[in-house]
Design a protein around this ligand. Sequence first.
Ligand code: SF4
Length: 701
Amino acid sequence: MQKKDSYDTICSYCGVGCGITVNKDSRGTLSVIGNDSYPVNKGMLCSKGKNLNYVAQDTSDRILHPEMRWSRNHPLQRVNWDTALTRAASVFQSIIDKHGPDSVGFYVSGQCLTEEYYLANKLTKGFIGTNNIDTNSRLCMSSAVVGYKKTVGEDAVPIAYADIELADCFLIAGANPAWCHPILFRRLEKHKEENPKVKVIVVDPRKTQSCALADIHLQILPGTDVILFNAIARWLIERKKLDKAFIKKHTVNFEECKQSAFQLTIGQAADRCGIPPEQIRKAAKYIADAKGFISMWTMGLNQSVIGVDKNVSLLNISLLTGHIGKPGSGPFSLTGQPNAMGGREVGGMANLLAAHKDLNNPEHRKEVSDFWGGKEIQPKPGLTATEMFNALENGKLKAVWIICTNPVVSMPNAHKIEKALQNASFVIVQDISHNSETSKYADLLLPAAGWLEKEGTMTNSERRISYLPKVIDSPGEAKPDAEILWEFAQKMGYSGFNYSNASDVYDEYCLMTKGTNIDISGLSYDRLKKEGSFQWPVPHKEHKGTPRLFQDQRFHTSDSKAHFNAPQNIYNQSEETDLDFPLILNTGRVRDQWHTRTKTGKVKRLSTHIPTPYLEMNKVDAYLRGLRDGDIAIIKSRRGTVQVKVQINFDIREKVVFLPMHWGKILNNDFSRANNITNDLVDPVSKEPDFKYCAVQVSKY
Ligand code: SF4
C-alpha cells in the first residue's frame, strides 16, 4: 500500500479562502480535495481549486535560478543568489544615495503571504525610508477600504460567512459571485433553496450567472450605482423604514445622508439608472422587510473613478436599517485575492501602516518606527499603483521591485506600463513563472517559491487567518519570498532582519498588533496548526476569535459611532462617450481563469470553458455594426486597440460591452489584451482605477 501524507492548506486563488486537503503519495504525486472540516467551504471546491495540484506539479514554466543582465542590450544570464542579491543591494543603494529613498519602490501582490507582505512593508517604510510600496490590491479593494474607514473607522469587515445562513435579504452589487466567488455563491444558493422566501437583489449592467438567483435584477446603466443606492435610501427614509434607535444612539451625520438621498426623486433616479422606478421601490421594500440584510460587492463598485462614493452610499443603507453588528446582517466587501486583507493588515499599501495604524498620525508613525528600530517613518503617502508607473515613465522613480504580480497585463492602459518599465533604470521581478509578461522587463529575475512550497498565513474575506504549510520543495533554486526579502535587507546592512523562519516574522507582527483593534497577539503558528483558523481579533491565548465585529454597536471611529457619509459625486466622472467612442466598456473575470492566467492558463481543462478572449455585446449594437456571433471585432479606445471574437446576446445592456481581463498577448499578438484600451483614471481618494468604464468604438474586422 502506498503511504500518503496529508496536509490541510488554503486555496491560492480568490478571497473566499477555501480549505484544501493535499494528499501526497509515496511517489510525491499530489492530489487535492476540499477540506470537509474547514468552516468556509465544508468540502466544496470550485473548478480552479480542484485543479491546483496540476498547477503545483507542472514546473515547466518555472523560473529556476536567479537571472541578471548588466545592461538592457544584454540577455539575462544565470547567476547565483549571492551575486543576484548583492547586485540588487548595490543598485538600490546607489540610486538611493544619488536620488533619495523616494526614487525606489516596491509593487507587491494580494497573493503574497502575510509574512512576505509584512517584511516588504518593514523594509520599505522602516528602513529604506520611503512609503513607495503599493500592491495590486489597489486595483481591487482600495475603494472598499476607504468606504469602511469613513463609515466604521477602520478597514474592518464586520461580518462572517456564517451570517449568510442567517440573513433573509441580499443585495449583490457590481459582483458576479457565481463565477468569481463560486463557493460563497454556492452557500447562498443552498440557503435560498432551503428558504425560498430569502430575497436576492442583483445590481449589474449585465445579466450574469448570479442573476439566476435574483428575485430582482436591477440592470442599471454603468456608473449610476450611487444614484440607485441614494434612491433606495430615500425610499427607506420617506417610508420611515429606518432603525431610528440605532441611528440616534450609534450614528452621526444622518442629515448629510438624507440631503444627498433627496437630491433626486425616485423617478428621476430611475431615469438616470435606466430602470423602472417600481424596481427601485421593490428592492427597497425587500431591504425594509428584512430581518437580516447583507450587501455584497466587489469590483463593479470599487473599480471606479467614484468608487469611494459608491461604497459609502451602499454602506449608508446598512446604517439606515441598523443592519450591522447583528446576526445575518452587515456590509460585506468580497475580497478578490486570497490575501488582500492580510496585506492590508500589515500595512502593505502606500498610505497604510502595519496593524491598522494610521500613516497620518505622528504617534502611530513613531510607535511603528520604534518597534522596528529603523528610520523615522515618513508622513507623506507613497506612490500608489498607477502613480508608481507614471513616476517610472517620467523618471522620478528609478527602480522598482515587482513581487508576484504581472502589471504588464493587469494594469490599466497597458502600453503605458510597458513604456514605464522600459524607461526604468532598474527592474527586479520576483515571481514563480516565466509566463508573467512582466518578467521580460527584468534586469534581475528572482525565482520565488510557489503555493505548497513555503509556509505562512493568509486572511480571507471574513477576517479568517489560516496557516499554509510547506508540502513540497521548490524546483531549482527558488526561495520563499520572505527569505529573499530578509536576505536583501541583510545585504543592505539593515538590522532587525535576522529571521530564521516565517514563524519569527509572524510572531513579530502579532506582537505589534497588541492593544489594537486587530489584535492577534493570542494567535501563534502553534494554535493555527492545532486548532485551525481564527477570525481576528484574537487578543489572548484562550480567545476563540471574533466572527462578528461591532456587536456592542461601538465602532472604531474616534467617537465610537458609525458615520453616515454623503457621496461627493452622485454622478459618474468617467471619461465620456461621444460619436467616435459611443460604447461603454466594462471588464471583468470569467469562471475558470484567474488574474493573468499564469497559473490557470497551465491547466488545459480550465481552458475548455472559455478558451479565448471575447467581446460580449448586445444584439442591437452588433446588428448596427454588421457583426454576427463569432465575427472578429475591432475594439478601440483613446488608448489602444483589441481584436477578439464577438459573443452576442441580450444579456448585456445596449451601448455596453464586456471584455474579460485575463488575457495578455497571445503568441506575441498584442490585440488580445483587454488593458490595451482601459483607462488609468483613478478615484481621487482611493486611487483605484476606473476599469469598469471607458469609452470605446467597435467595428467589424
Ligand atoms: Fe479557491 Fe475561490 Fe474556488 Fe474557493 S471559491 S476553491 S478559494 S477559487
